[in-house]
Design a protein. Structure first.
Length: 140
């Protein structure tokens, strides 16, 4: 008689407890940091509405023509950016659609893009803090 892989063998002890490595993997999954919800980060995105373009890339920027300003998330790993993961919402800067596209897909080097975004964030942070009613230390 041939046994299939799914039949239990008579007389063999089967454990209902997962192996040690499986238990460690499950513990890691449970211990992962909870991602912020949309509601938790929406206040930072809402602060960008109605603002001018803070990125203001020379030769690229169209300003706030026709309400094209959107929150431009940081592309830097230190702000939570990863493969397929956006940076946290507090690391956004209002940018027109052309500057935003330049930051994400432009031909400039990463260092130039990071420096441009960092300068914009330095200018935006105190404005955002006033707009949101926060002290600058809380906004950072």
């Amino acid at each position: 008689m041939k046994r299939s892989a799914f039949q239990r063998k008579p007389g063999k002890q089967y454990s209902k407890i997962a192996s040690r490595s499986t238990m460690q993997q499950r513990a890691k999954i449970k211990a992962r940091v909870k991602k912020p919800t949309v509601a938790e980060g929406s206040k930072y995105l809402a602060a960008c509405r109605g603002e001018r373009c803070f990125l203001a890339v020379p030769g690229v920027c169209i300003g706030s023509v026709g309400g094209t300003v959107v929150p431009a998330h940081s592309n830097q790993g230190r702000h939570g950016k990863g493969m397929g993961i956006k940076a946290r919402h507090e690391f956004t800067v209002p940018g027109c659609m052309t500057c935003h596209a330049w930051i994400d897909w432009g031909n400039a080097s990463r260092e130039v893009k990071f420096a441009t975004w960092d300068r914009a964030y330095e200018r935006w942070e105190p404005v955002r803090a006033r707009k949101m009613g926060l002290k600058e230390e809380e906004a950072a």
